[in-house]
Ligand binder design. Structure first.
Ligand code: MN
Length: 272
C-alpha cells in the first residue's frame, strides 16, 4: 500500500482506491504527534486496523512526513560519487570513513514546492536518494532484524551547498529536503532494495544508478546508525546519492524517480 498526505489529510492508497485514514490514525495512535503518517505507524504498531471513508485517489501531494524526529543521511555511499567529489584522489574513502549526519526536519518540502537557493554565488547541488521510513523503535538492531524496523520507502532530494562548513549546516537550509510523493510500504519492496534511482535536471538525466550499488547496503546502514542513536517510528534515513550530482540554478526543475516507488519534480528559485 501507499500512504500519501495532501493538505494534512492522510490517504491510504491500495488496489486502485483510497481511504482517508487521518482521523483513525490520530485516534488510534497511543503516541501524540502532529504528523498523520507517524500517528498511522504508531496506530498500526498498537495492532489497530485502519479505517476511513473512501475518497478519490489524491492527485496533489505534500511531503508524506512533516514532523519526523530526525532525518539521518549517509555520506559517500556510492563509490562513483565519492570519486567525482574527490577528483585525482586514489582512495577518497566512503561511508565507512565518512559516516552519517543529521539534516533538520524543518528542511522538508513536498512535491512541487520550490527549492530556494540561499546563495547566488555558491554551488548548490541536487542529490537524489532512496529514503527509508522507520516503522518500529530500535537500538543496536542486528542487520538481519532491520527489515522488521522498516515501515517503507520514499524518494528524497538531499539538497547541498558545497563548501567547508559541517554537512548539518550545508544540507539543512529550509526547502533542502524535498520528499515524496508517498511512502510505499516495505511489503511491496521485499528484501534488500535493488531499485533504479534517476535524477533529471530540466528533463536531462544527471544521475542514474541502482540502490544495489550502495557501498553499505540498507540493512548494514540502519544497523550501524542504530548503534549510535535510537531509531523511532517516522525517522527518515537518506541512503546516499549516486554519481552525477551537479549545481542548481534559479529557473531549473529537478526531478527524482525511483523504480517501484514513483517520483516528483520541484522548481528551483533564488531565496528572496
Ligand atoms: Mn546525500
Amino acid at each position: 500500500m501507499r500512504l500519501a498526505v495532501t493538505d494534512g489529510r492522510l490517504a491510504l492508497i491500495e488496489g486502485g482506491g483510497a481511504r482517508d485514514v487521518t482521523r483513525w490514525a490520530f485516534a488510534a495512535s497511543p503516541v501524540r504527534t502532529e504528523d498523520p503518517l507517524i500517528a498511522f505507524i504508531h496506530a498500526r504498531n498498537a495492532g489497530a486496523t485502519p479505517e476511513g471513508d473512501a475518497i478519490a485517489p489524491p492527485t496533489r501531494f505534500s511531503a508524506p512526513l512533516s514532523h519526523p524526529g530526525k532525518i539521518i543521511a549517509a555520506a559517500a555511499n556510492y563509490r562513483k560519487h565519492t570519486q567525482e567529489m574527490n577528483p585525482g584522489v586514489a582512495n577518497p574513502g566512503g561511508i565507512h570513513e565518512k559516516g552519517f549526519f543529521l539534516k533538520a526536519p524543518s528542511s522538508i518540502i513536498g512535491p512541487g514546492k520550490p527549492i530556494r537557493l540561499p546563495f547566488a554565488d555558491r554551488r548548490t547541488d541536487h542529490e537524489a536518494e532512496l529514503a527509508v521510513v522507520i516503522g518500529r523503535r530500535g537500538r543496536a538492531i542486528a542487520p538481519e532484524a532491520v527489515p522488521d524496523h522498516i515501515f517503507g520507502y520514499t524518494c528524497l532530494l538531499d539538497i547541498t551547498v558545497r563548501g567547508k562548513e559541517d554537512r548539518g549546516l550545508r544540507k539543512s537550509f529550509d526547502t533542502f529536503t524535498p520528499m515524496g510523493p508517498w511512502v510505499v510500504t516495505r511489503d511491496e519492496i521485499p528484501g534488500a532494495p535493488d531499485l533504479e534511482v534517476v535524477c533529471r535536471l530540466n528533463g536531462e538525466v544527471r544521475q542514474q544508478d541502482r540502490t544495489s550499488s550502495m557501498i553499505m547496503p540498507v540493512a548494514e546502514l540502519l544497523a550501524w546508525i542504530s548503534r549510535v542513536m535510537t531509531l523511532e517510528p517516522g525517522d527518515v534515513i537518506a541512503t546516499g546519492t549516486p554519481a552525477g550530482v551537479g549545481p542548481l540554478a534559479p529557473g531549473d526543475r529537478v526531478a527524482i524517480e525511483i523504480e517501484r516507488i514513483g517520483g516528483f519534480d520541484v522548481p528551483v528559485e533564488a531565496a528572496a
